[in-house]
Design a protein around this ligand. Structure first.
Ligand SMILES: Nc1ncnc2c1ncn2[C@@H]1O[C@H](COP(=O)(O)OP(=O)(O)O)[C@@H](O)[C@H]1O
Ligand SMILES: [Mg+2]
Length: 306
């Protein structure tokens, strides 16, 4: 990727000073140089480079969301674009990766829930202009059938039961990739949320909580035991995240549990569409299959919520 012209735009803007900087490439990914760290007397900034238009989505999203998310994220400083790439400038926030040990602290679990509740409280979330294209429910089924080879019962679940439940719920734009890899912990113990590229793609309440649980249970190697039965799954979530978690997410616990397999399926679909690594897709597929093979979850899913 050629980023020279973008960088000269950034320098011209004065947001970072081309002189007197220590410049360090902090993040290499398969998309090549992606994150550049700038530091000088006037503070530190990150330049995030995108090889497509997505940078614009993330910049616009964060520009309004940051006001609602307190110290959980930062407002970007600027946005630049040429024919090929986009680039955004954000204040650098010292933080480290979230890990399983952090989850032993009630404070982190509480903040996770608080972030999700903040997203539910974005004023007029439904009216806010969203920059991402929404996932179409109808697109999901072919992917589900191909990946899971579902029995008739689950076709009913996906085709009839889930849409009825979703209709009753408030439309709430979600982060869309709310997992350990996109969460950090700052020196002061505050949770930091980044990577808002997919914000609004999914607008079902509790979706981010479902992906976070999947991530947490995977990293702590406790997924299979945690989802052993529907009731024990619900009890575990309330123990870990507080009994008010579902009310805060405009849901009740049984509705969330009912949607949990569907939410994981939506997540798998998203990852597939965005060409994520097969290992992640296989892992989520395994999680969904595990639920569908459990006699207790089967009963619950067949019976529905009535
Ligand atoms: N404002 C920030 N301050 C400091 N580090 C950040 C900030 N935003 C992102 N990062 C770091 O940069 C890395 C990549 O950012 P992310 O937005 O997740 O990009 P990607 O699309 O490559 O996943 C993250 O793992 C995080 O550690
Ligand atoms: Mg990321």
């Amino acid at each position: 990727m050629k980023i020279g012209s973008l960088l000269s735009q950034v320098y011209k803007s004065g947001l970072v000073d081309a002189q007197n900087n220590s410049i360090v490439v902090t993040h290499m990914s398969d998309r090549a140089m992606k994150i550049i760290y700038f530091s000088n007397n006037s503070g530190s900034r990150l330049l995030k480079i995108y090889s497509n238009k997505k940078g614009y989505y993330e910049y616009e999203t964060l520009s309004f969301l940051a006001d609602y998310l307190k110290e959980y994220t930062v407002k970007p400083d600027g946005f630049f674009q040429d024919e090929q790439n986009t680039l955004s400038v954000v204040p650098y926030v010292a933080q480290r990766e979230l890990n399983v040990a952090d989850m032993a602290s009630p404070s982190i679990a509480k903040q996770v829930v608080d972030v999700l509740i903040c997203l539910h409280r974005v004023k007029d979330a439904r009216e806010i202009k969203l920059f991402c294209e929404q996932i179409n429910f109808a697109e999901l089924m072919p992917c589900v059938e191909k990946s899971l080879g579902l029995s008739v019962d689950y076709k009913d679940y996906f085709n009839s039961a889930v849409p009825v439940v979703l209709q009753r719920l408030l439309e709430v734009p979600q982060h869309g990739d709310f997992t350990f890899t996109n969460l950090g912990v700052r020196d002061n113990g505050m949770l930091f949320v980044f990577d808002w590229e997919d914000y609004g793609r999914i607008r079902w309440p509790g979706f981010d909580f479902a992906t976070f649980l999947a991530s947490f249970l995977h990293h702590s190697n406790t997924y299979n035991s945690a989802v052993g039965s529907v009731d024990s799954f619900i009890r575990m979530t309330e123990r870990k995240f507080g009994s008010g978690v579902y009310k805060g997410l405009d849901l009740d616990s049984r509705t969330f549990a009912f949607l949990f397999p569907f939410y994981l399926t939506g997540f798998m679909f998203l990852k597939k569409r965005l060409n994520y690594a097969d290992t992640i897709i296989d892992r989520i597929t395994g999680m969904i299959e595990y639920l569908f093979k459990s006699a207790d979850w089967q009963r619950f899913i067949r019976k529905g919520l009535n």
